[in-house]
Design a protein around this ligand. Structure first.
Ligand code: ATP
Length: 194
């Protein structure tokens, strides 16, 4: 069976950078956020999501995410219904993707909220990317041209590294990129031995 290696890390930790490196090294990498966004814009899923709401939530043939967020914010019932539609779709999409690589010993699933969503339980091993808080904030401010307050706002819904570290099999401290890549290579060696 192809093993699932979860790759996660807080905002600005550099998990996308590490994911890109794994990809460069020939490992199949599934970027959960990107795939979910694409999936949510397929006509079939759009149609199913509309059935949850009386209000029109389609705009220019796409889901109006802001409106959906507003609606479910005030209705736990609708949130539950929405999740019961979206979650199985997302799960199936990932399972189908893994199936394509059934001859590989392992694939990587990069997800920002691997722990928070509970999907870490479906992984055989977990790699956590970390960096000090101030470094992460600096990176995101520069990358997204946003204020410190905006970064902190996004961070507050994520678990702390202290909480994630004991649940992880490998930790990549990503301050200096060269050191982080060296660690990534060590992990690759370990994964190849599995
Ligand atoms: P998010 O969850 O917000 O998508 P992320 O964890 O995927 O963040 P990246 O996008 O990989 O993080 O990295 C954040 C920014 O920091 C990027 O602009 C990236 O180029 C830069 N970066 C990543 N690692 C390093 C490093 N070791 N040294 C300097 N800059 C880095």
């Amino acid at each position: 069976m192809t093993k699932i290696i979860g790759l996660t890390g807080g905002i600005g930790s550099g998990k996308s950078t590490i994911a890109a490196y794994f990809k460069k090294r020939g490992i199949p990498v599934y970027i959960a956020d990107e795939e979910a966004k694409k999936l949510m814009n397929t006509p079939e899923v759009i149609k199913k999501v509309q059935t949850v709401f009386d209000e029109n939530i389609i705009e220019n043939n796409q889901l109006n995410r802001k409106k959906i967020a507003e609606l479910v914010f005030s209705s736990p019932e609708q949130l539950k219904k929405l999740n019961s539609i979206v979650h199985p779709e997302v799960r199936k999409h990932f399972t189908d993707w893994v199936e394509k690589y059934k001859d590989r010993p392992f694939v990587i699933k990069e997800a920002a909220i691997l722990f928070e969503s509970g999907t870490f339980k479906d992984c055989d091993k977990i790699i956590l990317v970390t960096a000090p808080e101030d470094v992460k904030i600096d990176r995101v401010m520069k990358r997204d041209k946003v204020s410190k307050g905006q970064v902190l706002e996004r961070m507050k819904n994520q678990w702390s590294d202290e909480k994630k570290i004991p649940l992880s099999d490998y930790v990549i401290q990503n301050i200096d990129l060269e050191t982080a890549i060296k660690k990534t290579e060590e992990i690759l060696k370990e994964l190849n031995k599995m």
